[in-house]
Design a protein around this ligand. Structure first.
Ligand code: ATP
Ligand code: MG
Length: 594
């Protein structure tokens, strides 16, 4: 409220001063005019006195008769004059003065201003206001020049403000009355105006407290009110747009935070404005340090390219940014087994975005694909060459013995079969990479699968004089893909039969379980795997004795499939040689929960 009072008082003071100055100017002007008028009036009266005195002198020939002192008698006849009358000849000598007895002794009066003025003015009259040396009072001197002499009249000067004010009392009362009326009008107008201003002030206060949109503003119907209404409406629109914008911004920020890529926005001064967690994580990996700050990116020796780019486009003031072709940088970086792609875009205001993405998987997959393609080609070459070799021998030797011919055909058939399994394995591996979706996992009964596999292998088991002991409770149910899980057990049993040797015992167990996983083992007591080959045994196409293994029809993909399948189920697989020398495989698979 103090604002309101203040504002009103100020407005009043402002108008009042204008009014006061105008009135004062008017009074001064009026006073000056009045003064002029009175002087004119006085002069005309005094002129009457000089004329009268002159007539008296002329008609009584006072000069010629040298009887100027007789002027006194004129003043006695007309006592209303009450003035000092001085007669001065044109040389300045005083010839009579009714206030001074021995006027003959008075100093020369030619240099008195009123005498000088009277002598040289066209009207023959002159006046002057000054202190009288004789009486000490202020006198109004009026002199008239009559050819041979000057007649001067002096009266006490009383054109005083006091008298003027007395005369103009009515005028002052009128002025006061006008002022009161004006004051009422003014206070009405100011309160009307201040109402709008107060509302605007309220609005501003609410604005600061962020409560504007709940407040209903009714402005008075005047220009200020209209302006106020417009301002409030404009503000409301602005606030709505701002809200919509910040919502969009929030969405963007949320999006940035869940992105798998690292993104950081920086000001032209290289201060971090916004960075997501991946950005910092990737920086840690690149710098090989933990707890790194986003702005440390500008000190990392690994990113010299980036620093140069920023120096060129952000830090140099004379480089303008074309909004249609924002400067961009992109490069890949290899650090400690990781591959990163780093991008930088400079925006028009010289703020910039740095993007870092971990492309290790992609890069590795690319390498693997290349390796796999060459491996496949290599693996295909041998069986295809043998098949065509056998067939060529048969074709070129028409009279070949029947049993030999059959032998070659059998060999060719074996190689073709090998090709078939190889292609099957490749298909399984590829499908695992692309198709398998953990959402499609279902309940898989392990014992059932194992029993089927053992049954299928019955012939080979007998052939190797092996014993298979599968002791898995019927209730063991895994959540997974049954084909993949079957291939895990199948491959391990196949390997034991193929490589462990004859007369072996193969055990299939569920040796442990926890809340989440079942832990299985497939072990044999055969020849085992040489210690130095163990670390690479799960690699694609990796075989211990490649010649022997190939003879057995192996391609080195079996354990790769096992590892991949177990990993797809979030399990782990490992291998070691048991105390009795045979290979022992351990792996976990997730429990199926009803
Ligand atoms: P594929 O399984 O594709 O037919 P493979 O059997 O040769 O071919 P893997 O199953 O990956 O390939 O096995 C890799 C190698 O590990 C085999 O060549 C073999 O030398 C060795 N190996 C695997 N299991 C055993 C085991 N139980 N005892 C001894 N060596 C084994
Ligand atoms: Mg195998």
């Amino acid at each position: 409220m103090s604002f309101n009072i203040n504002y009103k008082r100020k407005l009043f003071l402002y108008y009042f001063s204008i009014f006061f100055i105008l009135t004062a100017a008017f009074v001064v002007f009026q006073y000056e005019r009045e003064k002029q008028f009175r002087i004119a009036q006085l002069e005309s009266t005094l002129n009457g006195v000089t004329d009268l005195t002159n007539n008296f002198i002329v008609s009584n020939q006072l000069i010629a008769r040298n009887k100027t002192e007789l002027i006194d008698s004129l003043l006695q006849i007309i006592p209303t004059i009450h003035s000092r009358i001085t007669l001065i000849d044109n040389k300045g000598k005083v010839m009579f003065d009714n206030f001074v007895d021995d006027f003959g002794q008075m100093e020369n009066h030619l240099e008195r201003p009123e005498i000088q003025k009277a002598k040289y003015s066209s009207t023959g009259a002159g006046s002057n206001i000054r202190n009288s040396a004789t009486t000490g009072q202020v006198f109004y001197y009026y002199a008239h020049y009559y050819d041979a002499y000057f007649i001067r009249v002096a009266v006490v000067y009383d054109v005083q403000i006091k008298n003027f004010l007395k005369a103009e009392r009515l005028f002052l009362v009128f002025i006061a009355f006008v002022f009161v009326i004006l004051w009422f009008i003014l206070s009405y107008v100011t309160s009307k105006m201040s109402e709008s201003i107060t509302k605007l002030k309220d609005f501003a206060v609410h604005l600061r407290q962020n409560k504007t949109l709940e407040y209903d503003y009714q402005f008075p119907e005047n220009e200020l009110g209209v302006i106020g209404k417009q301002i409030v409406e404009m503000y409301k629109k602005l606030a709505e747009t701002k809200n919509a914008l910040s919502l969009e911004k929030e969405k963007l920020i949320k999006h940035l935070l869940v992105l798998n890529e690292g993104v950081g926005f920086f000001s032209p001064e290289k201060n971090a404005i916004l960075t997501n967690t991946h950005f910092v994580q990737y920086l840690n990996l690149i710098a090989d340090k933990s707890s790194i700050h986003p702005e440390h990116i500008f000190e990392m020796g690994e990113l010299k390219n980036l620093h140069k780019f920023i120096k060129k486009y952000v830090q140099k003031n004379d480089v303008a940014i074309n909004p249609h072709f924002l400067p961009q940088l992109e490069f890949t970086l290899k650090k400690g087994g990781y591959y990163f792609v780093v991008k930088c875009i400079v925006f028009q205001d010289k703020s910039f975005e740095i993007y870092i993405n971990d492309i290790t998987k992609l890069e590795k997959r690319k390498l693997l694909k290349q390796e796999m393609t060459s491996n496949i080609a290599h693996e295909l070459k041998t069986p295809v060459a043998s098949v065509s070799g056998y067939l060529e021998t048969i074709l070129n030797n028409k009279d070949i013995a029947e049993d030999k011919k059959n032998h070659f055909i059998e060999k060719a058939y074996k190689q073709a079969a090998r090709l078939n399994t190889l292609i099957d394995d490749i298909v399984v591996l590829n499908r695992m990479e692309e198709d398998v979706d953990s959402n499609d996992f279902e309940a898989v009964l392990i014992n059932k699968i194992v029993q089927e596999i053992v049954e299928d292998c019955e012939g080979r088991i007998q052939q190797h004089n092996a014993v298979v002991k599968a002791e898995i409770p019927d209730s063991v149910t895994v959540k997974g893909n049954d084909t993949l899980i079957a291939s895990v057990f199948q491959n391990l049993v196949d390997n034991a039969l193929n490589y462990a040797g004859d007369n072996v015992q193969i055990k299939i167990n569920m040796y442990h379980q926890d809340e989440v996983f079942y832990y299985f083992s497939v072990s044999d007591n055969g020849i085992g795997i040489p210690q130095e080959n163990l670390p690479r045994i799960f690699e694609r196409f990796y075989r211990v004795h490649s010649g022997r293994s190939r003879q057995m029809g192996g391609t080195g993909l079996g354990l790769a499939i096992v590892k991949h399948a177990v990993n797809l189920h979030k399990g782990e697989v490992s291998v070691k040689n048991g105390t009795n020398g045979g290979a022992e495989f351990y792996f976990s698979l997730p429990k199926y929960v009803g």
